[in-house]
Design a protein. Structure first.
Lengths: 145, 457
C-alpha cells in the first residue's frame, strides 16, 4: 500500500503532465507539434506558404530516416528544446546546430538525388563539402522556400 | 531493520523530489500556455484621459518595463557618448567634438548648446535644461514633440486638437508648459508616453502629432492622393514608421503663429524641401559671420530613411529600433527604443543570417566612411566662411558677394541636413554621400565666388 502510493503519485502527476503538455503529439509527424511552444511560429508560418509544404513536413527534413538515428535525434531535440524553453536561456533568433544542419543536408539529397547526384558525387570532392543550404538558405521556410 | 528504514526514508525523499520536479514542470507548462492564450490582462481601464504611462504599465507590464529603459545611458561609436543619464546630467556637447558646428551656427541658439541625444525618457527634461531654451525665448511649439500633449491641445482647443495645437504653438514656452485645466491640474506632465502612439481602446498604433498629420497629407497630395489620413489609410507596417516620423523629421515654425510645419508639400528629398523653403521665402536666421540668410535643418531621420534601401525593402523604423522579442510564449515589441547596434541579433539577424560581428563591421564601415566625408564637407564649408569673411573685411560689397551668399545658403543647408540626421550615414548611405558631394561643390564654388568678389572690389 505504502509503495503503491509512493510510486503512484509521481506516476499519476507525470502521466497528467505528459498528456497536458501534448506529449503524444511528439510521437506523431504532425508539424503542429513543432509549434506547441510557439517559438517556431515564424518558421511554421513560412513553411505553410512555401513550395515544400506539399511534399515535406518538418520531420521529413529535420530528422534522419533510418531507425535508431531517427529516435536518437528525436530524443536529442526533445530534450534540448524542452530544457531550453523551460529555462528560457536560449539565444534568439534561434539557430540550427551543425549536427542538425547535416541531417537536413542529407535529407535534401535524399529527395533531390536524381537531380543533384552529379554534383553531390563529383569525383575528388568530400561529399559533405557541398552544403545545399549555403545557397538555398530559404528552402523549406524562408524567402523563396 | 535499521537499513530498511533508511532505504524507506531515502525512497520517500527521492520520490518526493521527483514529484516536486514534475509539479514544477507542470506549472511551468501551465504558465506558458496561459501566456500564449492571453496577450495582456486589462487590469485598469485606459482612456484618452489616461496620461500617466505608469497606469498603462499595469496592463502592459512588459512593454512598460522596456519603455522605462529609455532612461538608461547607451553608447555607440558615433552616438550618445558621454556620461549622459548615468549621472543625471546632460549628454556630451557635440559642439566640443565638432567645433565647426559652432561656426556654421554662428548667431543662432545652436551655437550655445548642442548635445548628444538621450533616450525618450529625457525628451521633456533635456529640452528644459538646454541653454537654447533657458537663455533664448522659445515658443510653445516645442511641446508638439517634447511632451505628451494631447490633454493640453484638447483643453486649449476646447476639444479640437488641431486648433489647440495652433494656439499653443504661438504661446511663449513657459506659459504653454505651465497651463492648467479647470481643476488646476497641470496639463503637461510627461515626456513621450503610451498615449502618443497608441489608441487606448484597441492599442492600435496611431499618430497624434498635428504637424505630422498635416505634413503627410501634403506629401500624399503631391503624390496624387487626396485627403490622406494616416490613421485611416496607412497600413500597419507604414504606421510602424509613421509613429516615429511624427517627430524625427525636418520641420519649421510657420509664420508669427509659430505653427510647427513639416515642409513636405514638394517631396521628402533634400532639394525638394529646399525648393519648398525657397518658394515660401523662409529663413531661419541671419548668419553672424557672413550675413547670409540661412536655413536650419533638424534631425530628418524619417526623410533620410525613406531614401534608403531598408525603406525600399519595406522595413519600418520599429523593425530595427523596436524589434520583436519573445518573452515566455509572447511576442512583444521592445519599447526600449535605441540604436540597432546595441541589439544586433534581434534588429538585424531576423533578416540577415550573418554573424553579429560581421553585421557590426558592415555598419561601422558605412559610418566610418560617412564620418570622414562629413568632416571633409565641413572643412570645405568653413573654408568658404573664411573667404567670405575676408572678402567682407576687404570691403567687398553685398552686391558682389551675392553669388557667394547663394552658395553659402545651399552648402550650409545640405551640410546641416546630413550632420543633424541621427544615423551617421546608415539610414541612406548613398543618398547622404550624394548630398555631401553637393555640399563640397557648393562650398568650394562659394569660396571661388568670394575670391572673385574680393578681386572685383
Amino acid at each position: 500500500m505504502f509503495f503503491a502510493c509512493l510510486l503512484g503519485i509521481p506516476a499519476g502527476v507525470g502521466a497528467f503532465t505528459f498528456v497536458y503538455a501534448k506529449g503524444f503529439s511528439y510521437l506523431s509527424t504532425d508539424p503542429r507539434a513543432c509549434v506547441n511552444c510557439h517559438v517556431m511560429n515564424a518558421q511554421y508560418d513560412a513553411w505553410r506558404m512555401s513550395g515544400h509544404r506539399h511534399t515535406a513536413t518538418c520531420v521529413e527534413c529535420h530528422l534522419p530516416h533510418t531507425g535508431l538515428a531517427k529516435w536518437l535525434a528525436k530524443a536529442d531535440h526533445g530534450f534540448r528544446h524542452s530544457a531550453a524553453f523551460t529555462l528560457q536561456n536560449f539565444k534568439e533568433p534561434i539557430e540550427i546546430t551543425p549536427r542538425d544542419r547535416e541531417i537536413v543536408r542529407v535529407n535534401c539529397v535524399r529527395c533531390h538525388d536524381g537531380l543533384v547526384h552529379a554534383i553531390a558525387d563529383a569525383p575528388g570532392r568530400n561529399a559533405g563539402a557541398l552544403d545545399c543550404m549555403h545557397c538555398h538558405a530559404g528552402a523549406g521556410h524562408g524567402a523563396g522556400g | 531493520m535499521k537499513r530498511g528504514w533508511l532505504l524507506g526514508v531515502l525512497g520517500l525523499v527521492g520520490v518526493a523530489g521527483v514529484t516536486v520536479l514534475l509539479l514544477a514542470l507542470l506549472t511551468n507548462i501551465f504558465e506558458r500556455k496561459q501566456e500564449a492564450r492571453q496577450a495582456f490582462v486589462r487590469l485598469v481601464d485606459v482612456t484618452e484621459d489616461t496620461l500617466d504611462p505608469r497606469v498603462w504599465g499595469q496592463n502592459w507590464p512588459m512593454q512598460y518595463d522596456s519603455y522605462l529603459k529609455t532612461a538608461l545611458p547607451t553608447t555607440t561609436k558615433y552616438g550618445g557618448r558621454g556620461l549622459g543619464a548615468s549621472d543625471g546630467g546632460p549628454a556630451e556637447q557635440k559642439l566640443g567634438r565638432d567645433p565647426w558646428l559652432k561656426r556654421i551656427f554662428a548667431g543662432y541658439a545652436f551655437s550655445l548648446d548642442y548635445r548628444d541625444r538621450r533616450g525618450h525618457a529625457y525628451a521633456l527634461f533635456d529640452q528644459e535644461a538646454t541653454r537654447r531654451v533657458t537663455e533664448k525665448q522659445q515658443p510653445g511649439a516645442c511641446i508638439q514633440c517634447h511632451a505628451s500633449n494631447l490633454a493640453l491641445y484638447r483643453f486649449a482647443g476646447k476639444g479640437d486638437i488641431r486648433k489647440g495645437f495652433e494656439q499653443v504653438s504661438g504661446m511663449p514656452y513657459r506659459d504653454a508648459r505651465d497651463m492648467k485645466d479647470d481643476k488646476e491640474q497641470p496639463l503637461v506632465q510627461h515626456s513621450i508616453a503610451c498615449i502618443d502612439c497608441h489608441e487606448p481602446k484597441t492599442m492600435a498604433v496611431r499618430v497624434t502629432r498635428p504637424g505630422f498629420i498635416a505634413g503627410i497629407k501634403a506629401l500624399k497630395a503631391k503624390q496624387g492622393i487626396a485627403d490622406y489620413d494616416p490613421n485611416r489609410d496607412a497600413s500597419r507596417q507604414e504606421m510602424r514608421s509613421f509613429v516615429c516620423g511624427q517627430c524625427h523629421v525636418e520641420y519649421y515654425f510657420k509664420g508669427p503663429g509659430k505653427v510647427v510645419t513639416y515642409p513636405w508639400a514638394n517631396g521628402l528629398k533634400v532639394e525638394e524641401i529646399e525648393a519648398y523653403y525657397e518658394r515660401e521665402g523662409f529663413t531661419d536666421w541671419v548668419h553672424a559671420e557672413t550675413g547670409t540668410k540661412v536655413l536650419k535643418a533638424q534631425h530628418p531621420e524619417f526623410e533620410v530613411w525613406s531614401q534608403g534601401i531598408h525603406a525600399r525593402a519595406g522595413v519600418a523604423c520599429a523593425d530595427c529600433h523596436m524589434p520583436y522579442e519573445r518573452v515566455g510564449a509572447l511576442k512583444v515589441s521592445d519599447h526600449w527604443v535605441r540604436s540597432p547596434l546595441l541589439n544586433l541579433n534581434r534588429a538585424c539577424q531576423t533578416c540577415h543570417a550573418v554573424p553579429e560581428k560581421e553585421l557590426e563591421a558592415r555598419v561601422l564601415a558605412i559610418q566610418d566612411r560617412h564620418h570622414a566625408l562629413l568632416q571633409r564637407a565641413a572643412r570645405a564649408t568653413t573654408d568658404m566662411l573664411d573667404v567670405i569673411v575676408a572678402a567682407k573685411k576687404e570691403g567687398a560689397s553685398e552686391a558682389t558677394l551675392q553669388a557667394a551668399a547663394a552658395q553659402h545658403r545651399k552648402a550650409q543647408w545640405r551640410l546641416d541636413y546630413v550632420a543633424a540626421e541621427n544615423s551617421m550615414g546608415f539610414h541612406a548611405p548613398q543618398e547622404l554621400a550624394r548630398i555631401l558631394g553637393e555640399v563640397i561643390d557648393h562650398a568650394r564654388q562659394g569660396q571661388l565666388e568670394a575670391e572673385r568678389a574680393m578681386r572685383k572690389k
